[in-house]
Ligand binder design. Structure first.
Ligand SMILES: C[S@@+](CC[C@H](N)C(=O)[O-])C[C@H]1O[C@@H](n2cnc3c(N)ncnc32)[C@H](O)[C@@H]1O
Length: 322
């Protein structure tokens, strides 16, 4: 699948803008500044993420795609036929065709993503590629309860959560998300999750700090979005992309580091930055297979099976509600 072409940014609704403003103002007001990573994904952020997935350094996407391809028959045998596929954080839906094709006569596809404009374009493109499928996108935050259409209640449902987006949660939040997913998918439900594995630190750092600077652009785009949507006055030249690996937490952290001491105004609020002070913008937890299984079990799932690639870079877990 190639890119989605020109996707128009229609901006946030008034309610979403208020949530964004609250998250940014609260996040920049504490002693340790941070902003939730879901706000990366305006149209430009979604496009930059898609560009990241095609970089040499970014091993997760190609590894997961190749693993999904390798296990397609096995997945098809293990998952119910005539199921609805509910994808969490579907982005460009680039992996979805492979997944849908692995299943036995899927009934339909429900991509869920917070990036509403990009979701609509991606769902439209998938519908054209898979005209026999019902495609019912839901724009929203997957950490909040989401009601599926009532006609799906008695039909089998399979969750699909690729891309190691689960790694953006702290482990207790990951358990909460998985417990909520289990309730949503019902007693016969399944969930297929891509989880990035612990590995050599240099390889991890390179994946989040590529030579071309696409990930830096992705991180800094958050400041452009705050300027556009919230009337912020960030000068992106005075911040730089910073990536760290915390071995105790087992996570990559992305930050935006203030180059010098400065004051930034956002819609009537003033935020002071010391030189070198950072805004923590993303965590990406890396798991050992057994550690992730523990997180899933704590959420009430049974581990049906897991697969890894030959280099053990990435894992795919099949969870069953029964
Ligand atoms: C790391 S990207 C992964 C995209 C795609 N699934 C893949 O595997 O390449 C995360 C995706 O989840 C979406 N997302 C992030 N936080 C979200 C949230 N709280 N609710 C809904 N979607 C979210 C983003 O818009 C983005 O499309």
């Amino acid at each position: 699948m190639d890119g989605l072409g020109d996707v128009e940014e229609t901006g946030l609704s008034e309610a979403e803008r208020e949530t964004f403003a609250t998250d940014v103002i609260n996040g920049l007001s504490g002693a340790a500044k941070s902003i939730p990573c879901k706000w990366f994904y305006d149209v430009r952020g979604s496009e930059l993420f898609e560009e990241i997935t095609r970089l040499d350094e970014y091993y997760p996407t190609r590894t997961e795609l190749s693993l999904l391809d390798d296990i397609a028959d096995d997945l098809g045998d293990r998952l119910p036929e005539r199921a609805w596929v509910i994808e969490f954080g579907s982005g460009s839906s680039r992996k979805s065709d492979l997944f849908l094709d692995a299943l036995n006569d899927p009934r339909g596809y429900v991509p869920i993503d917070v990036a509403a404009d990009y979701l609509e374009a991606a769902a439209g493109a998938l519908s054209e590629r898979q005209p026999h499928l019902q495609v019912r996108p839901i724009a929203g935050d997957f950490t909040e309860p989401i009601d599926l259409p009532a006609d799906m209640a008695e039909q089998p449902k399979v969750g699909f959560f690729p891309g190691s987006t689960i790694g953006n949660f702290e482990p207790p939040q990951a358990t909460r998300f998985l417990a909520q997913g289990r309730a949503m998918l019902g007693d016969g439900g399944h969930m297929v999750i891509g989880v990035d594995l612990k590995k050599d630190t240099d390889r991890l750092l390179a994946a989040y700090d590529d030579a071309q600077g696409v990930t830096a652009d992705f991180n800094l785009n958050l400041l452009d979005r705050i300027n556009r949507e919230l009337g912020g006055e960030f000068d992106r030249e005075r911040f730089r992309h910073q990536v760290r690996y915390d071995p105790d937490e087992g996570r990559i952290e992305m930050h935006l580091e203030s180059v010098d001491a400065q004051t930034v105004r956002i819609d009537g609020h003033r935020f002071e930055f010391r030189a070198g002070e950072t805004i923590h913008t993303e965590n990406s937890y890396k798991y050992a297979v057994e550690d992730f299984a523990g997180v899933a079990r704590a959420a009430g799932w049974t581990i049906d099976h897991h697969w890894t690639d030959a280099e053990e870079l990435f894992s795919v877990h099949l969870l069953a509600a029964a």
